[in-house]
Design a protein around this ligand. Structure first.
Ligand code: PAF
Length: 283
């Protein structure tokens, strides 16, 4: 396993692999790796000859300075975790902010056909411009055949697919199932920061999502949403930010169901000051 810090070095190395007709998979991360990331890497290892993992806490996707400062930076631990896969065909790209942004730490402005304005976009202004900027940059450096993203950030996944479509990149964007603890809690680097009492209540988020899914089979989206809001009013440790039932193509909240469309329920919840997101396929 080799660790690169410079875009020129990793670019040249990857070009070398491509010259030997090797298929390159890419797993972009912000570090603080957990079993969910390892699942993405394992899938990538099965489907490619070489897997690149980037570890980069991207400053332009944080809309609160303190979130960026508090974000865990655990490269040593991350590398040790990757070593547990015993794969010799993994390369790590752990650049500095300068290597990615040079002197201009600014996000580009993207039009993702409105996907960026729903849900996370409403509560985290400019977040997806930051994500789009860094993923575009990373794609230019790594130029992978396949890139892997978790469905926990389903809106991000749809936006990356849109980015690839709009920029006419020949990259396969592959969504991977949400990796959950036994309790149902979706794995997230943020879980580490939960206090014990919040860690104990956080699995309720998925329990409510599963019940919402059952209700969705019989009830209108409005009724299901009202029920979820009421359920969260009973929770002492969790505060609901949004619950939205949306069409997976447009990510717009729906009023009526149609059996020709595919829907998901999306949720954001505060457990103390930690913001957790999750989602579930409904049909
Ligand atoms: O999902 C993440 O960890 C980040 O948003 C990503 C895609 C690595 C971009 O910084």
């Amino acid at each position: 396993m080799k660790v690169f810090n410079s875009k020129e070095d990793i670019f040249n190395t990857i070009e070398g692999f491509k010259a030997q007709n090797k298929k390159v998979g890419f797993v972009p991360t912000m570090g603080a790796l957990h079993a969910g990331h390892l699942a993405l890497v394992s899938k990538a290892l099965k489907e490619n000859d070489v897997v690149v993992i980037s570890v980069f806490v991207n400053p332009t996707q944080f809309n609160k300075k303190e979130d960026l400062e508090k974000y865990p930076r655990t490269l040593e631990r991350d590398l040790n975790l990757i070593k547990t896969l015993f794969a010799t065909n993994i390369i790590i790209y752990a650049p500095s902010v300068k290597d990615i942004y040079d002197e201009n730490i600014e996000a580009l402005n993207f039009d993702f056909d409105g996907l960026e304005n729903e849900m996370e976009g409403k509560f985290r202004p400019d977040h997806f411009d930051g994500v789009g900027t860094v993923v575009k940059r990373l794609f230019e450096i790594v130029k992978p055949h396949n890139a892997y993203f978790g469905e926990k950030d389903f809106q991000q996944l749809q936006i990356i697919k849109k980015l690839v479509e709009k920029l006419h990149l020949s990259i396969n964007v592959i969504g991977c199932k949400i990796y959950r603890e036994e309790s149902g809690l979706a794995l997230s680097s943020r879980n580490e920061r939960l206090k014990l009492e919040h860690l104990e209540s956080a699995p309720t988020i998925y329990k409510i999502l599963k019940k919402a899914k059952e209700r969705f089979a019989k009830q209108s989206p409005k009724k299901v949403t009202e029920w979820v809001i009421k359920e969260f009013e009973k929770q002492k440790m969790l505060e609901l930010e949004y619950f939205v039932i949306a069409d997976i193509k447009t990510l717009k909240e729906i009023k009526r169901k149609s059996n020709k469309k595919v829907y998901r329920a999306f949720i954001a919840v505060y457990a103390d000051e930690i913001r957790l997101i999750d989602n579930i396929a409904l049909n």
